[in-house]
Write a protein that binds this ligand. Structure first.
Ligand code: ZN
Length: 389
């Protein structure tokens, strides 16, 4: 009996080590003249086999053991002759994945649309998704969400650099040496930190953040007044390595960066907190932290709502809701837990509103953008209404 038990323990331990039960990861795979490849930033096709000509079977699995929050990312190019028919079966690895992201398609890698309903079949248990495509041109992109990787952020930062009163640079570099961009406005005694993309597949959070940032950096009376009181620090791509590698959740140090606020074991969170501390050492006070993410719906995780009529989150989100009757979203206040995420860290250590701004995975992109303008305007108004210390 003891021997059997020991054997069982051994088997469990062995299977739990270093993810040996995951199949080999491929960067490309072809059947006849049709090629699937993931040789680009954000590319991910998992393990590929060809059960018969014209059919690709992809097994998608997360980057690390133990299983992480299932955000089963996939992104690949399909190349062939216009008119070629291709069937792609995606199998989401047992216990760790399911058909979460409806496939999107692009003909130029920049403009995306949802794959039509009749081209996609999802199994009853939600573990398998089959995609039938006819190539309209020699190369198309397929992905779980729009691919917004390093190039997108580089171009964005270049545009910001050209705006008056904005400086761009790096807050640091990632574990693999990729730039962690920072855009900042003029020094003020109060500052606000805006972060995005701690979690690689959370692309709708990036769509929202882009529009939100445009608004706070805009050439409007409100935005100018806001920036004359508050300095803005914008770190739009906190986890560039995870994004480049097509990860579900982690950086390349096998860590969820949004569980590293407190421990600070990773270069991504370390570089940001060092920068914040440098501002504080220069006498500036952090007044608000917003962290852009994505989940199943549009919602805001905040600190518990206080009785205090000056409760920032209630004022901000209440005023936004009044202007957004057609954009349902939730205000989800909750007690600060031990979980070392950015929200808990900044609210506990600085005593400030620290909010996770979650955009829905499949929320209409135009709605995300227009609502972000309203949320940005109301954020500015609510912050300006706070008494200056
Ligand atoms: Zn997230």
């Amino acid at each position: 009996m003891k021997a059997i038990f020991s054997l069982l323990v051994f088997v469990l331990l062995a299977s739990g080590c270093a993810g040996q039960h995951y199949p080999e990861r491929h960067q490309s795979c072809h059947s006849g003249a049709v090629l699937l490849d993931a040789h680009f930033d954000g590319g991910q096709l998992g393990n590929c086999v060809i059960p018969e000509a014209g059919i690709f079977e992809l097994t998608l699995f997360p980057e690390d053991m133990p299983p992480i929050n299932p955000s089963p990312w996939y992104a690949y190019r399909v190349s062939g002759q216009p008119g070629d028919r291709v069937v792609i079966r995606m199998k989401f690895h047992e216990a760790e994945g399911y058909a979460r992201y409806w496939p999107k398609i692009s003909h130029d890698g920049m403009n995306w649309e949802r794959v039509k309903d009749d081209q996609v079949t999802v199994s009853a248990d939600n573990r398998d998704m089959e995609l039938k495509l006819e190539l309209g041109q020699a190369r198309i992109w397929v992905a779980g969400q729009e691919i917004l990787a390093q190039d997108f952020y580089r171009q964005w930062i270049n545009l910001l650099e050209a705006l008056p009163g904005i400086e761009t640079g790096l807050v640091g570099v990632s574990r693999e040496g990729r730039p962690i961009y920072l855009a900042e406005t003029a020094d003020r005694s109060e500052f606000i930190l805006l972060m995005g993309r701690q979690h690689p597949p959370e692309v709708t959070g990036a769509v929202t953040m882009h529009s939100f940032i445009d608004t706070v950096l805009g050439d409007t009376e409100l935005a100018r007044q806001f920036r004359s009181r508050f300095k803005l620090a914008i770190v739009p791509l906190v986890n560039p390595d995870g994004v480049a590698a097509g990860h579900w959740r982690h950086n390349t140090g096998s860590v969820d960066v949004n569980r590293d606020w407190g421990p600070f074991t990773q270069p991504e969170s370390q570089s940001i907190i060092r920068w914040v501390e440098k501002q504080e050492a220069a006498g500036r006070k952090l007044q608000l932290m917003l962290d852009f993410h994505s989940t199943f719906e549009d919602l805001f995780y905040t600190q518990p709502v206080s009785e205090d009529p000056s409760d920032f989150a209630s004022i901000w989100l209440g005023a936004s809701a009044a202007r957004l009757p057609d954009f349902p979203f939730k205000h989800a206040p909750g007690p600060t837990s031990e979980q070392p995420n950015s929200k808990n860290y900044f609210s506990t250590s600085r005593g400030i509103p620290a909010i996770t701004y979650e955009s829905g995975d499949e929320t209409d992109r135009a709605q995300l953008e227009t609502s972000a303008v309203i949320f940005a305007e109301e954020m500015m108004k609510a912050m300006l209404a706070r008494p200056q210390e």
